[in-house]
Write a protein that binds this ligand. Sequence first.
Ligand SMILES: NC(=O)c1ccc[n+]([C@@H]2O[C@H](COP(=O)([O-])OP(=O)(O)OC[C@H]3O[C@@H](n4cnc5c(N)ncnc54)[C@H](O)[C@@H]3O)[C@@H](O)[C@H]2O)c1
Length: 340
Amino acid sequence: MTSKPKILVTGCAGFIGFFVCRRLLEHGAEVVGVDNLNEYYDVNLKRARLAEFEGRAGFRFVKLDVADREGVAGLFGAESFEKVIHLAAQAGVRYSLTNPHAYVDSNLVGFANILESCRHGRVKHLVFASSSSVYGANTQMPFSVREGANHPLSLYAATKRANELMAHCYAHLYGLPCTGLRFFTVYGPWGRPDMALFLFTRAILEGRPIQVFNYGRMRRDFTYIDDIVEGVARVAERIPAPDPAWDGNQHPDGASGVAPYRLYNLGSHHPVELMEFIETLERKLGKTAKKELLPLQEGDVPATYADVEDLVRDTGFAPRTSIEEGIGRFVDWYREYYGV
Ligand SMILES: NC(=O)c1ccc[n+]([C@@H]2O[C@H](COP(=O)([O-])OP(=O)(O)OC[C@H]3O[C@@H](n4cnc5c(N)ncnc54)[C@H](O)[C@@H]3O)[C@@H](O)[C@H]2O)c1
């Protein structure tokens, strides 16, 4: 009998982590899930996600802060993980303007702890969450992983870009295979209460105005959760090897290197105008939104658009869920979960 691969998923009580765990369990993996259950948003939602795994064979939850150096080392000392999918982080662009230290602790100290433990634990593949926000001031669309991403506009973005650089260094120095995924505005059932779709839905149903930034002149490559999970699962199966074609002289490609390291965009490749997104939501809710038009928020970018060529080439997968379908499924979940 072959033993099941043991996979560590950090941020398992979070939006994306929850779905990634579910997918891995469905495919027969043994999953250890770590989360510190912090109160950045409603902790009941995190607990409710975890409750879905109660009594489920193959899943174990460990409450742990990844910034706790001894705690992380202790976990890796006690368990042997084949792969690590690192999703725990302080998320959110806007919150990073007022709570910078939360990002330093979780995203920089926490990430260093994960890297060190993966190195000493001889993990075969570390897959970690980066973000489309690393493109910052870049304006050439679609955003390509091959281009530089050197002008972050928020500390959140800077910590995610730092993660990519730290991972490259560990891939190079210690041969730790690392893949970074730049997620583009993820939405869907069980989503994050601090993000636009959730905030809009709640406000519209309660008859309160929604805040529409940059006067609605925003384009986002909204990406449905199932597409994100499919991308994560496929990438996790592909352990990166050194890229023999990489050339440090002629415009070095930022997405690979002579180390076992890859970066991919994981976005729908179909940017949508914010107003179209809102109209779709209004239709699904059967209610019109009162709109408060506001300037662009500091730290935010007006547009995102993912080039997914490398993802398609290497995994054969491209996100495919339309916002019509995705928003519909979110609204169905929201109404059922909150009974409204
Ligand atoms: N949702 C998106 O649109 C999006 C876009 C780009 C990148 N990302 C990244 O994807 C990952 C998952 O995002 P999400 O949307 O599921 O967010 P989330 O906040 O729902 O999930 C993150 C989880 O990590 C946990 N966590 C935070 N700090 C921790 C720490 N120090 N130790 C242990 N656990 C900790 C939180 O309690 C939470 O449950 C994050 O790294 C995020 O930055 C998300």
